[in-house]
Structure formats: C-alpha cells, structure tokens
Design a protein around this ligand. Structure first.
Ligand SMILES: [Zn+2]
Length: 496
C-alpha cells in the first residue's frame, strides 16, 4: 500500500507532503521556466535563480536551485527547521530583489558563464527549437547568449510577474515544519502560451550538433512505454546487429496537457553517421509496417515496472511532478494506473501509437556529414538545411521591387567578391554568383556582440554570425544593421 500524499495549503500555495519523520527535503516550486521566456530574454529565469541564491548566502544546509522547461525550483535537504529557514529566506529574497547590486548582477553573469560557457555565448538550436521555433518550449533549446545583456530592471520585473503565491507550490518529504513561513505576494494569474509546431511533416533537419536524433510528438501518458519500445528496436538493429551505436538516450518534454515531445539521441561515430541514419529510418519504417516485436513490448513493460516499482514510500520526484503539473494545469497519472496500463499494453497498441505519431517525425542529422542526393531521396523525408540564409530566388516573386539592389546600401567583403545589401525588408548576400537572403521581419533576436560581430537568429531558431572585420566600411554596416531592427529584439551578446 503506497503512503498517501497530503495536500494542504501554505499561505495560499498548494503543498504536497508526506507523513515521514526525520530528515527531509523541501522544495519551493514556481510555475515558470524556459518555455515562458521571450527569445530576447532567454536565460532570465536562470539568472533570477542565481541572484536569489546569492542573496540568501551564507547557507550551510544542503541546498540548490534549478530551472527546467516548466519550472524554477529551490530545494534543501536536512533538518526540517533548516530546510524551512532556507525556503523562507528564498521567498524573502524574491520580495526584495531590488536590493540586488550591479556587482551581484555582474558576478552572477560570470558564474552562469562558468556553468555553461557554450550556452552563455552561442546560439545553437536543438530539437525543441527545430519543431517549435524560438517561442514556448522552443526557447529551452537555443542557448542563452541574451543573458549577458539582461538588466536588473528586467530581472525584477520577471520575478515580480512569476514569483507569486498564485504561481508557487511547496513539496516536503515530511510534514511541513512549524517554522515554515513562505510569504509571497498573491500576484495575478499567469498564462503559458504555446504556439503550434512549425514543422508539420516528416523532416530531416541538418543540425549543428553531432550524431543523429529522432523526435516525435506522442501522447504524454504513453510516452514512457513508447520510448522504451523504440529504444529496444533501435538498439537491436543499430547496436546488436550492426555495431553502429553505443546508446539511445532519451528526453521527454511535456508540450501541453496531452502531448509530449519524445527525443531519442543516437551516438554513432562520425564515419557511421549515414549508415546509422539509414538503419534508423528503416527501423522506424519496419515497425510502422510490421509492428513492434513482442520482445520490444515486453522490454517496455519491464522498464516501466522497474521505474515505478518503488516501495511504499513516495519518491520526491513524484511530489515535485504533482506540484508542477498542478501549476501548469496538467493531470499527473497515478502510479498504479501507469503500472496497470503497462501490464496490459500490447505490441499492437504500441504500433498503433507510433503510426499515429509518425507525421510528427523529425530526424536531426549532423550537417557536417556528407549525405549523397540519392541516399537522401531514399529516406522519403523532406530535407531542411536549417539555414537562415535562404536562396533569394524563392522569395523574389513576392518582392518584385527588390529584384535589383538599386539604391540600397551595399558593402563589399574585404577579401572575397561577396557583397551585403540592406533593403528595407531584407539582408541580401551575394557570393560566387549566388544570392541568399534573410528576411528582417523573420529575425527574432539580434545579438550585438561585445567583439563587434552581429548575431542574427530567426523565429525558427536558425542563426548566422556576421563578422564585421570581414567587411569594408564595417562601422557603418554595423550601425545600419542594428538600425534595421526594432530595439526590443536587439540584445548585448558576449564575444563569440
Ligand atoms: Zn545555474
């Protein structure tokens, strides 16, 4: 018999706790995460987390903070009164964020850079961005170079909007300590907006990341089983039969109250990338045609039973999931329901689910790998180079007036014959007889880098770095470029 989860209210916040004596872990959870960040403020929740942790130092109880796609969490483990003291202090710090100094802000940006230098400086899109662009969950996957330019006023506004009692919950692996006194303003209700996917047909995306990834939109409820069955089939064919990969790593991200994005990452060495891609696609097709094997279904059931086979104690993860789902208006499946469902799930039902999801297939392939046209054609997937620079030809039709560069300012490359032309609606690059263009209206974030370079990222998360040193009259080019965009999307970026 599983122990009950007690649900009560603490100063207006739902609290989920267990009847368990002794040391405990307590978590203060806010319903704000990377999915809520506008592209020009990506990273702001993480910066707020760091500023609050800085404001409560020194802290001797074991503690930390974390930001996910859906949530911002502060937690501590130890004696109940120490855990309560830490969470009380975090809430007090959130209320007095104006007291943060410029030095605090500078130091925490250094700390964030040290935590993940690549993410701090680089625009590098991943699977959620490939599918959803830079908005909603897509914001969780393109890096956070805008962090460097975030202001104190922006962090105060962000905390004031999201860190409220109405958007918070508390979990404790024991009873709520008597000294727990988390005081937050009530706040106004928040909304989590999610645009529909931008990629709506099976597509192969040329990625800047290594290896291969397979991504599908699947029913959240069955994501775990489907994931394990797919992993079994991919390992059987790509690892055991062909020796092409070592592992299949997986990530599941809830998109709304019904669907999740399931991402499976394969790790072939560079030379085996194309064979692994071909075998991977054949595996998926084979399952869609002939169905999952009985072994794959059995392995999925076993994995789920083992994952959910806790003893009578409810794990902290489950409490946190209840709290996050509650804040985001989602339901959390009961463990027993999941176990019951796992035991009766058949290979045929799993196959049906995969077939229903197959229209959402995205495969990401390392773009540095050479894929021959004939091999690409055999995959039967739309191929997307994921380049922000699009052939000018495709778009000229709707902009006949721009067929010539007449009158628009043009810059010359210092060493090649390339030119850059800035029209009122687009940036055009001509090099070796080819003309490519970026539509200014599609740009979501412009990075004004401290080294003088300009970084462009469009709404799909496709990006380009323009190195001003390579162009004649670069000062004027930089100024004109920055003037071409609304000031709200221009951010200070660190040097690349
Ligand atoms: Zn951090």
């Amino acid at each position: 018999m599983m122990q009950p989860v007690n649900i009560t209210s603490h100063h207006g916040m739902p609290s989920y706790w267990l009847d368990r004596k002794g040391l405990c872990t307590g978590t203060l959870i806010f319903g704000v995460g990377m999915r809520d960040e506008p592209p020009a403020q990506a990273g702001i929740t993480h910066l707020v987390e760091h500023l609050l942790l800085r404001r409560v130092q020194p802290v001797t109880v074991l503690h930390g903070g974390t930001v996910t796609t859906d949530s911002l969490q502060f937690y501590a483990s130890g004696r109940p009164e120490d855990v309560a003291g830490f969470l009380n202090a975090i809430a007090a710090a959130a209320l007095t964020l104006e007291a943060v100094t410029d030095e605090d802000l500078t130091f925490e940006k250094f700390v964030l850079e040290a935590e993940d230098p690549h993410k701090f400086s680089t625009v590098s899109s991943g699977l959620l961005t490939y599918r959803f662009g830079t908005n909603g969950v897509g914001a969780a996957h393109f890096g956070a170079p805008a962090t460097a330019g975030l202001t104190k006023a922006e962090t105060i506004e962000w905390a004031g909007r999201w860190l409220t009692a109405g958007n918070a919950a508390v979990t404790f692996t024991g009873p709520l300590p008597a000294s727990l006194d988390i005081r937050l303003p009530p706040g106004v209700p928040v909304r989590h907006h999610q645009d529909p996917p931008l990629v709506t047909a099976p597509t192969l995306i040329k990625s800047r990341k290594r290896g291969i990834a397979v991504s599908l939109l699947v029913p959240s409820r069955d994501a775990g089983l489907l994931c394990e069955a797919l992993r079994y089939e991919l390992l059987a064919r790509l690892r055991h039969s062909r020796g092409l990969i070592y592992s299949v790593e997986n990530f599941t991200t809830p998109i709304d109250d019904r669907l999740s994005q399931l991402d499976l990452i394969l790790d072939p060495v560079q030379a085996n990338t194309v064979p692994a891609l071909q075998e991977g696609v054949l595996t998926l097709r084979g399952i869609a045609e002939a169905g999952f094997s009985k072994d794959a279904a059995q392995s999925a059931r076993n994995a789920l039973v083992s994952e959910l086979g806790w003893d009578e104690y409810v794990p902290q993860d489950y409490l946190d999931q209840l709290a996050i789902d509650g804040l985001l208006g989602r339901s959390t499946p009961d463990r027993q329901e999941l176990l019951d469902q796992a035991t009766i799930m058949s290979a045929a039902e799993l196959t049906k689910m995969l077939r229903n999801s197959s229209g959402s297939l995205i495969i990401a392939l390392d773009k540095s790998v050479k894929l021959r046209k004939t091999d690409a054609a055999k995959l039967g997937l739309a191929i997307d180079g994921y380049e922000i620079w699009q052939p000018l030809k495709d778009t000229e039709a709707d902009h006949p007036a721009e067929e010539s560069d007449g009158g628009h300012p043009t810059w010359r490359h210092k060493s090649s014959g390339a030119t850059l032309t800035l029209s009122p609606t687009r940036l055009i690059r001509r090099a070796s007889g080819k003309a490519t263009t970026v539509s200014l209206a599609d740009v979501a974030v412009v990075g004004d880098r401290s080294c003088g370079c300009v970084s462009l990222m469009d709404r799909r998360g496709r990006s380009s770095e323009l190195n001003m040193d390579e162009w004649k009259a670069s000062k004027k080019l930089r100024r004109k470029l920055l003037e071409a965009f609304p000031s709200g999307i221009i951010r200070s970026f660190p040097e690349d």
